[in-house]
Write a new protein. Structure first.
Length: 415
């Protein structure tokens, strides 16, 4: 496959890029716009970017809003109630159909790397097993990581630890946790130590739903960061949500940030979900309910954005478009300075890839696997402002999706 007249991020020149057997084989700067009948794709000056990465979604719950009843108040607590009504209807086939449909939606919007949580507060582990099976089936098209997520607590749910170990033995990629949901602070702290021990025992990554509350006294993040530092797992550990940090006072945060930086852990914020679910106990002024994305970013820590939900009991909207999530995040977090726009796309690309520990699998460099998307805009700013369509998505040289606007020589689809 040969792509001509493409722009790369932060470069004004045009480029020709070639793919051979799924790998970038040639990348060359052009001196001017060219016509080349042998080219597979004429990018027409549009932006060729690394694919979007979805680091936090719940595929086992996706597309269940309104089944059997809608969340009328929109609160987290009614969401839990509605999910408990939907849970008895779960089956492998039900989860499979909805997860595949959601993955299609993600692919359609330029996402090729996905980290999904799977609820393991379930003696049958049906969600976890189904999503692990799908992960193996879609390999080569989408990279899927499955988090064993103890929705109702690791230590507060009957046999929670045994279920987690069973999930890891079945093949879950990531150990999850939910310390602020455990019955007591002590159990929450213990659960963080346990999560790290299990990650070491099974050689897995860690991604914890951590302090997803407005409660400024929910301080499990410091325990997770310390355990990550002490164990040496560091950047293999991720703290999702950490919305309580939006309510921490500055004096505590100034101490906390030193530990966070040293620990090298990653952060995932889900702006649409958090602005919707947090701040529900406030009248006015009403908190935004997001973690300190801007400050973490400015302090040189790795932060990224995820969607969390698509059309489920907690969040009825959502459409697979990460540019929408990014747009919300930039507004809510006051990241609207001109310089912020130069790095904004990193929040749904490079930073998320680092969180998922993708390493060499994610780079537009000769010799690396050829993954890219083509966006309907010539630079980062235009793409952000217009929330541009993804025109084409290619994973390891295979065309996953293309819009009609892209001229492409069909015979070159399979490289
Ligand atoms: Fe989540």
């Amino acid at each position: 496959m040969k792509i001509i007249n493409a722009r790369l991020r932060h470069r004004s020149e045009l480029f020709t890029l070639s793919i051979n057997q799924g790998v970038w084989s040639h990348i060359e700067q052009q001196s001017s716009y060219i016509h080349d009948a042998s080219a597979t794709v004429d990018a027409q000056g549009k932006l060729l970017s690394l694919p979007f990465v979805e680091p936090h979604i719940h595929l086992d719950a996706a597309l269940t809003a309104g089944e059997p009843n809608w969340n009328m108040s929109g609160t987290l607590f009614e969401g839990i109630q509605r999910w408990s009504e939907r849970k008895p209807m779960l089956s492998a086939e039900d989860i499979r159909q909805r997860a595949l449909k959601t993955l299609d939606l993600l692919v359609e919007n330029g996402i090729q790397f996905v980290r999904t949580h799977a609820d393991v507060s379930d003696p049958s582990l049906v969600g976890l097993k189904t999503l692990c099976d799908i992960r193996d089936e879609v390999k080569g098209k989408i990279t899927l990581q499955v988090v064993a997520f103890p929705q109702e607590g690791l230590l507060s749910f009957p046999n929670g630890v045994a279920l987690m170990e069973e999930a890891l033995e079945y093949g879950a990629d990531v150990v999850g946790g939910i310390p602020h949901f455990e019955f007591t602070r002590e159990l929450g702290e213990q659960s963080m130590k346990l999560v790290i021990e299990l990650a070491q025992k099974y050689n897995r990554l860690v991604d914890v739903h951590c302090d997803e509350t407005d409660d400024p006294n929910s301080r499990f993040l410091e325990v997770l960061a310390y355990e990550a530092l002490n164990s040496g797992l560091g950047s293999r550990v991720t703290a999702s949500h950490t919305t309580a940090m939006g309510s921490y006072d500055n004096a505590y945060c100034s101490r906390l940030f030193k530990l966070l930086k040293k620990s090298e852990i990653n952060f995932i914020s889900c702006p649409t979900e958090s602005i919707h679910l947090q701040g529900r106990f406030d009248s006015y002024p009403k908190r935004r309910g997001l973690t300190r994305v801007k400050e973490l970013n400015e302090a040189g820590m790795n932060v990224c954005f995820g969607q969390d939900s698509i059309n489920d009991p907690w969040y009825s909207l959502g459409n697979g478009k990460l540019l929408r999530t990014l747009d919300f995040g930039l507004h809510i977090c006051h990241m609207m300075g001109r310089n912020d726009f130069d790095t904004a796309l990193d929040l749904i690309t490079r930073n998320s890839a680092k969180t998922m520990n993708l390493r060499d699998d994610y780079a537009i460099e000769v010799g690396k696997p050829a993954h890219f998307i083509l966006l309907d805009g010539e630079d980062d700013y235009t793409v952000l402002r217009n929330q541009s369509d993804v025109l084409m998505s290619v994973h390891q040289g295979n065309v996953l999706m293309k819009k009609k606007a892209v001229e492409i020589t069909e015979k070159h689809f399979l490289v």
